[in-house]
Design a binder for this molecule. Structure first.
Ligand code: NAP
Length: 483
């Protein structure tokens, strides 16, 4: 067992810490060592039902249903303050459970979660409807934005706390209640956050957390008391959830996989592009849905770019996330490491592709050295399928007119990047490429105020900004006869 002494491992249901009705548990590992940190309950259907029923009661309760928007804002601000005060412990726990370097958890993931809570606290008092001039005599018409009810928030393992808060903050700001299901590999920061939710003064049942595997997630999606599913994860599971929520006519938001192209035009500053693409491709060891993974480079500069990218990747320090100076941590699990290495082998064995030199890995953790493949073509699997690891494919191009079609030649459409000194060219490409977000001359940043989501198989709906307020509310039309 890992030397964490103040771990929260029970589930939060209706304000109580529960160890689960069926007695099953799931271990969670430190991916930097392979050691078990602790075990968390595997929620059965009865636990899921208890959580949904608690959330339904809380939704109808005067304590929450009748809470003034300004008081919801204050509760969110208190939660933000508590999280900020405990930021160091959260960052260390995220690193231990997920593997990401401490610089990523403490410099990006935890502050981003704090910022989201404050941003949506601001919205709680600004969710307005409209009055509409109707062509009907003697009536007044107005709209109200109302919360949906119980929202199931299902999250992945790559940024567990941050993605949980992306959903939690707008869901609560708009007056919903929630049942959160974190990924089975990384439940610990979500459970620790649940502790802070109680201390921030949210009434019992407003926020519930159930832990478990896919069966727990499925039971939550299928529960008739759930009004909305907000899911971030793989396209495969997203399709299953879309089918089920479609059948049940529930609201749904899906943030799914990506395979972001990064277009480096012939006039681009190659050294700046190499630096930005190393960050864009290798943040959290490539376990980022918007990670830059396919680099389209003018064939005259393809070799130069690939060599510099490979040299930059090779110079990054691989190690345990808590070790000072670590640039790249392990992958989240042994299974995922093996999957990513299989992709590297598939890429290496393709005719025409070259795998740049990688030094061997040592240590017990689930480490993978970055793999740079050059001479990759659009039809190769490494260029089409989401790998979700540190595998960077460089593809030469000769005809700039083909770039958009080639960048779009995957099922995904989450993020894309363009690197060019000519800002008109960069914006023309950005406007045409099918991706929910395009970054020009920069790595993939996120901000609570900027809408986030995918086109094509990368998802349905948008999070962040006003989009998340819309996603967690529905519009009611109210008519008044004035005669
Ligand atoms: P995943 O396997 O789809 O799992 C995501 C969550 O869904 C986990 O909590 C998982 O539980 C749960 N789940 C699994 N099967 C389910 C089912 N049938 N019904 C309901 N819930 C179910 O994804 P992942 O491997 O954790 O995360 C990696 C994926 O997430 C990548 O594809 C990545 O691109 C995507 N992602 C997208 C975004 C975005 O914003 N678009 C952000 C981050 C990650 P278990 O853990 O117990 O399996």
């Amino acid at each position: 067992m890992h030397p964490h002494t103040d771990l929260r491992t029970d589930m939060l249901i209706d304000g109580d810490w529960i160890s689960g009705s069926c007695g099953g548990t799931i271990p969670t590992y430190d991916p930097g060592t392979g050691a078990v940190i602790t075990e968390v309950p595997e929620a059965g259907e009865a636990d899921v039902a208890a959580a949904v029923e608690a959330a339904s009661r809380a939704f109808e309760s005067p304590e929450w249903g009748g809470m003034l928007p300004a008081d919801r804002a204050k509760a969110l601000l208190r939660l933000a303050d508590l999280l900020e005060a405990d930021a160091d412990a959260f960052a260390r726990l995220e690193t231990a459970d997920q593997g990401q370097p401490l610089g990523v958890s403490s410099g990006f993931a935890v502050p981003n979660a704090v910022e989201h809570l404050r941003y949506y606290a601001g919205w709680a008092t600004k969710i307005t409807g409209v009055t509409t001039p109707l062509s009907v005599p003697d009536v007044d018409h107005r709209t109200r934005r109302e919360p949906l009810g119980v929202c199931a928030l299902i999250t992945p393992w790559n940024f567990p706390l941050m993605i949980c808060v992306w959903k939690l903050a707008p869901a609560l700001a708009t007056g919903n209640t929630v049942v959160v299901k974190p990924a089975e590999q990384t439940p610990l920061t979500t459970l620790r956050l649940a502790e802070l939710v109680r201390r921030a003064g949210f009434p019992d049942g407003v926020v519930n957390v159930v832990t478990g595997g896919p069966g727990t997630g499925r039971a939550l999606v299928e529960h008739p008391g759930v009004a909305k599913v907000s899911f971030t994860g793989s396209t495969e599971v997203g399709r299953e959830i879309a089918a089920r929520t479609g059948h049940d006519l529930k609201h749904v938001s899906l943030e799914l996989g990506g395979k972001a192209p990064s277009i480096i035009t012939s006039d681009a500053d190659i050294d700046a592009a190499v630096q930005g693409n190393l960050t864009g491709g290798l943040l959290n060891s490539g376990q980022v849905c918007a990670a830059y993974t396919r680099f389209f480079v003018d064939s005259a500069r393809h070799d130069e770019f690939a060599e510099k990218l490979a040299a930059g990747a090779a110079s990054m320090k691989l190690g345990h996330g808590l070790t000072e100076g670590t640039d790249l941590g392990p992958l989240v699990s042994a299974e995922h490491r093996d999957r990513v290495e299989r992709y590297v082998a598939v890429g290496r064995d393709e005719d025409g592709a070259r795998l740049h030199e990688r030094s061997p890995v040592d240590g017990e953790g689930y480490f993978v050295r970055p793999a740079v493949l050059s001479g990759v073509t659009d039809d190769m699997r490494v260029a089409r399928e989401e790998i979700f690891g540190p595998v960077l494919s460089v593809l030469p191009y000769d005809d700039p007119d083909e770039l958009v079609a080639r960048a779009d030649a995957t099922d995904h459409g989450l993020g894309a990047a363009v690197w060019s000194r000519d800002i008109a060219t960069a914006n023309r490409l950005a406007n045409r490429v099918r991706a929910g977000t395009v970054w020009i001359n920069m790595p993939p940043l996120l901000d609570a105020a900027a809408s986030w989501g995918g086109m094509k198989a990368s998802g349905l709906g948008r999070e962040m900004g006003w989009s998340a307020i819309e996603a967690f509310t529905e519009v009611k039309s109210v008519w008044t006869h004035l005669g």
